[in-house]
Every structure is written in structure tokens, then in C-alpha cells.
Unconditional design. Structure first.
Length: 113
């Protein structure tokens, strides 16, 4: 299984970005895809996840601003990030859990004026 994340970049505070993560390889029908992030000098933290049945969960820090979704036919998970803040600056990693956990390579999001 391989995961390819994309969509990061530089955005001003209050702006929006949409991250994508495409999975390839042997993907089971039942799995959980999610996003984590790691800010400079900090540990990786959970952001959101979504099951193959589209049940989603969020960390308190992003709830109400970020939306996770997925397209099972495309084996892709998305993270719509709105009202971005400088504290959201981090490398964002996607993962897929289906017994084993797989990680993507990360995409950098920088929120700065």
C-alpha cells in the first residue's frame, strides 16, 4: 500500500486549503483513513479520521473548521481546511489503517501573513 499526499502550500490566516491523499495497492473494503500533523519541534498529533462507511471524527483543535471526506472509488481521502490559523502550520500526514497502518510522505501547510 502506498499513500500520496498533496495540496499543501502557503496560505494567509483565515484562508483555506484542501489536502488530498490517494491510496494505491491492496486496499481492503473496510479501513480507516486519516490525517495527522506535526508542527516544528512538536510531536505528531491526530487531526481527523474517517471510516470506509464515512463516519468521521475530529480533534477539538480543528472541529468546526476542517472537514474530512473520502471517495472510495478513487481510494482518496480529503481534508478541507477552512479558517486556517498560524497554529495550523505543520507537515500533514495521511494514513490508512486496515490491520497494518500505512503512512504517506507528508505535505507542508504554512499559515502566515
Amino acid at each position: 500500500v502506498q499513500l500520496q499526499a498533496s495540496g499543501g502550500g502557503l496560505v494567509q490566516p483565515g484562508g483555506s486549503l484542501r489536502l488530498s491523499c490517494a491510496a494505491s495497492g491492496s486496499i481492503f473494503n473496510f479501513n480507516v483513513m486519516g490525517w495527522f500533523r506535526q508542527a516544528p519541534g512538536k510531536q505528531r498529533e491526530y487531526v481527523a479520521n474517517i471510516t470506509s462507511a464515512s463516519n468521521s471524527r475530529y480533534s477539538d483543535s480543528v472541529k468546526g473548521r476542517f472537514t474530512i471526506s473520502r471517495d472510495n472509488a478513487k481510494k482518496t481521502v480529503y481534508l478541507q481546511m477552512n479558517r486556517l490559523k498560524p497554529v495550523d502550520t505543520a507537515v500533514y500526514y495521511c494514513n490508512l489503517r486496515q490491520g497494518t497502518t500505512y503512512w504517506g510522505q507528508g505535505t507542508l501547510v504554512t499559515v502566515s501573513s
